[in-house]
Write a protein that binds this ligand. Structure first.
Ligand code: HBI
Length: 364
């Protein structure tokens, strides 16, 4: 008989790179929101420690002032850890120290050195949701230390992401991710067009999708934040004949209206995506995913069933996959999103992870 899960008192601590509701927090903001919603739905008590000027409704937030942390992707691998004066990150964890005795479990969503370093100084257990792959030596070191000293407290989105960190020891918790599938409308019949969604930045490899679009003369709908202007300009110069259209950074509702009518979503990333939320968003619309066999998407796409996994950086591989799209069932894509990537499925995975940490803590 499964142990009856009592109502836990949970304290979630946000990423310090931007107020919640501004989109600055990127993928982890959506993840935090979905997990918070699920835990409340399951009658746990919850408080989110967030940067001042966060604008979430329905979820209880404590707003903490201070200067934002700079984003880890902008740092070099050997860079030292930096902290601004009046650090929002330090202020958030100072607040946690004051209130921790009122909670059963603390959950850290920041990809930053401080919360990992501070873990042994707190009385309550801390679960760390690691939101990106390995980016710096200092983070690799502190994450491995916490994993060794506090088994079961590290959570990742995919095994490919976890594998980028040296020195990690089992047990690791692979959480995958989840979306509110009801926000995406299934579309059985596609137009003759493809989709590409993501930050327009070199690590996302947009140029390969554009090269395919020009080679096969198939329209490409591009959506996402234009992060690197010179990179985008170079793509436009290199592929003047490509039938591509840049639609900007769209809301979920607007984005899914475009994606659902596409024959497939292309994922041409150069780096190890931790997960690839856009892949499950496409599947929820019934849209097959053609992705380089690299990072999180390699654990999402069922090759030949809900899309194709292609030799990384191979444009001929992309062409071959597009020519086989009629083998894929669009209903099968929607089905996978509903069973594997629903908020319910995510909530189950998170409850199992939290329960394991709390069970151990009670024992020790
Ligand atoms: N950088 N320093 C730092 N801390 C974070 O929590 C962080 C980040 N960069 C990006 C990020 N979080 C989120 O966008 C993740 O979803 C990737």
């Amino acid at each position: 008989m499964a142990t009856q899960i009592k109502s836990w008192k949970l304290l979630f601590v946000s990423t310090p790179v931007g107020p919640l509701g501004t989109g600055l927090g990127g993928g982890v903001e959506l993840t935090l929101h979905n997990i918070a919603q699920q835990m409340l739905h399951r009658h746990h008590q919850l408080q989110v420690v967030a940067p001042a000027n966060s604008t979430w409704e329905h979820i209880p937030i404590v707003q903490i002032p201070g200067n934002l942390q700079i984003i880890a992707q902008s740092q070099k691998r050997t860079d030292a850890i930096t902290m601004p004066e009046n650090s929002l990150l330090a202020n958030m964890w100072d607040y946690v120290r004051e209130v921790e005795s009122e909670y059963d479990l603390i959950v850290n969503f920041a990809y930053d050195w401080l919360p990992f370093y501070l873990t042994p100084f707190y009385q309550r257990p801390i679960a760390h949701l690691v939101s990106m792959g390995s980016l710096s030596n200092a983070m690799d070191e502190i994450i491995a230390q916490v994993g060794k000293r506090f088994p079961h407290t590290l959570g990742f989105h995919s095994s490919h992401q976890a594998d980028t960190f040296p020195g990690l020891t089992q047990p690791l918790h692979i959480l995958s991710n989840g979306i509110d599938v009801s926000l995406y409308d299934f579309c059985p019949q596609a137009k003759q067009q493809l989709a590409w969604i993501g930050r327009i930045s070199p690590e996302k490899g947009l140029e390969d999708a554009v090269a395919l679009s020009q080679k096969m003369n198939i329209p490409l709908k591009i959506m996402g934040k234009l992060q690197d202007e010179s990179y985008w300009q170079k793509i436009c110069q290199d592929y003047p004949q490509a039938p591509m259209e840049y639609l900007g950074f769209l809301s979920t509702t607007q984005m899914q209206k475009i994606v659902r009518e596409c024959r497939a979503l292309l994922m041409t990333h150069r780096w190890v995506e931790a997960f690839g939320n856009v892949a499950i968003e496409a599947l929820a619309c019934g849209v097959p995913v053609i992705s380089y066999n690299r990072g999180g998407p390699a654990e999402i796409v069922r090759h030949g069933e809900t899309g194709f996994l292609v030799t990384p950086d191979s444009i001929p591989g992309l062409v071959e996959a597009v020519s086989r799209l009629d083998d894929i069932s669009r209903h099968g894509c929607r089905q996978q999103a509903e069973t594997e990537f629903s908020l319910e499925a995510l909530g189950d995975r998170l409850e199992r992870w939290f329960g394991k940490i709390l069970e151990l803590r009670v024992k020790s």
